[in-house]
Design a protein around this ligand. Structure first.
Ligand code: ADP
Ligand code: ASP
Ligand code: MG
Length: 409
């Protein structure tokens, strides 16, 4: 007997028939003698619909109230899933995040899980129930409803698996595993049987939304056995995220995958006199407002002034621009502050980079041959990411996928 957490994404619960299908899979696992916790997302499109409704009332919705609204999507699907299981004669009980006691901080719309009380779930599992838990939501110390950021049901799944010490966390989605890149953009993309935790973390952080980054972080921290599988097929082992350090083999592919992110926006602070403390004066107020910054570059020209560029989430570009224009610009005597949300980030990821040279130059040459201008670059030991004009995104991903020989053999 194993304890398995199965997380089902939006397309897997898109309508009653899919929910019945999900219930039939859970029934098969139950019949094998396993204890099952099911985590569900809202029906596909529902979270977007709720956000749009909020924006009709208030263009930049108050985050606490937004969370009250968007968390309802998952409350519908846990009830439906529990009903579908009951219809198959299986004991099932639904739980909202608050009912489980998934405690988060109070950063509405992007809260972090602080603690999970597993006692109620354990007691119900031992009593033979399938527990159906709402993904994406939690509760802060004051009892406010919080949500975990887009794609956050993955994190609920993995965090529950960690808290319950589950044998495996299975992420069921609309693709049958993790691919070399998004198969919707590059049809030649290849499914990977396994991928290292390190690489998955980079792919997720660079924008591969097949797993939310925090879910991968949780899996790493608590060594949760994590697998991505298709909810539409019963065959296949999907992709396993591996932890064993197999060392660097010269035969390994240099690049394992390509990620892209359409959600970033670039902010440039132009003509700042180059003095110590500038980076802090610019980014301090941004951090205080809880706006996450991704890439940063600073260039000092011959005239002694600096241009300071960084990226933030597109949704937060206007907030960041107002902070800079209202509170920072005059203090640091910046000439101009401009925002550009017509950019994307494309990143190549692979542990093989550690043992190979020339990967960056091959990437830059490939992009140059297509006339694609690189606006920003950032690297880590196993990643090279570039910011480019959004109109070149698909082209860039396709030519890089080919150049690094990632297509199906
Ligand atoms: P769910 O609703 O099940 O959570 P998501 O839409 O969040 O599903 O994530 C699955 C999607 O992730 C796929 O449909 C695919 O388009 C996209 N995706 C992006 N990068 C990859 C990748 N490297 N491998 C597989 N899927 C990817
Ligand atoms: N329903 C939420 C979203 O659309 C959470 C999730 O699907 O993981 O982002
Ligand atoms: Mg998702």
């Amino acid at each position: 007997m194993a304890l398995i957490v199965q997380k089902y994404g939006g397309t897997s619960v898109a309508n009653p028939e899919r929910i019945r299908n999900l219930a039939r899979r859970v029934a098969r696992f139950k019949a094998m003698g396993h204890q099952i916790v099911v985590v569900v997302s809202a029906m596909s499109g529902e979270t977007n619909r709720l956000i749009a409704l909020a924006k009709e009332i208030m263009p930049e919705p108050d985050p606490r109230e937004l969370d009250v609204m968007v968390s309802t999507g998952e409350q519908v699907t846990i009830g439906m899933t529990a009903l579908a299981l009951m219809e198959l004669g299986i004991k099932a009980k639904s739980y909202t995040g608050a009912q489980v006691k998934i405690l988060t901080d109070d950063a509405f719309t992007k809260a972090r899980i602080l603690n999970i009380d597993e006692h109620n779930l354990k007691a119900d599992l031992d009593a033979g129930y399938v527990c159906v838990v709402a993904g994406f939501q939690g509760m802060d110390a004051n009892g406010n409803i919080t949500t975990l950021g887009r794609g956050g049901s993955d994190t609920t799944g993995v965090a529950l698996a960690a808290a319950l010490n589950a044998d495996e966390c299975q992420i069921y989605t609309d693709v049958d595993g993790v691919y070399t890149t998004d198969p919707r953009v590059v049809p030649e993309a290849r499914r990977l049987d396994k991928i290292t935790f390190e690489e998955m973390l980079e792919l997720a952080s660079q924008g591969s939304k097949v797993l939310q980054i925090r879910s991968v972080e949780f899996a790493g921290k608590y060594k949760v056995k994590l697998r991505v599988l298709s909810s539409f097929e019963d065959e296949g082992d999907g992709t396993l995220i591996t932890f064993e350090d197999e060392g660097n083999n010269m035969e390994d592919p240099i690049i394992s995958g390509i990620a892209f992110n359409r959600d970033e926006a670039k902010i440039t602070v132009l003509g700042v006199p180059d003095t110590p403390g500038i980076a802090y004066q610019i980014l301090g107020p941004i951090a205080e407002a809880n706006v996450d910054v991704d890439m940063i570059i600073q260039n000092t020209g011959a005239d002694g002034t600096t241009d300071f560029t960084f990226t933030v989430h597109k949704n937060e570009m206007n907030k960041a621009l107002s902070i800079l224009r209202d509170k920072v610009q005059s203090n640091i005597k910046a000439r101009e502050i401009v925002g550009d949300d017509k950019v994307v980030k494309v990143a190549i990821v692979g542990v093989g980079m550690k043992s190979h040279v020339g990967v960056a130059s091959q990437m830059f040459r490939t992009l140059a041959e297509e006339g694609i201008n690189i606006q920003m670059i950032s690297t880590s030991e196993i990643k090279i990411a570039v910011v480019i004009d959004e109109k070149y995104m698909e082209l860039a991903v396709r030519v890089l996928h080919k150049a690094f020989e990632l297509e199906a053999a």
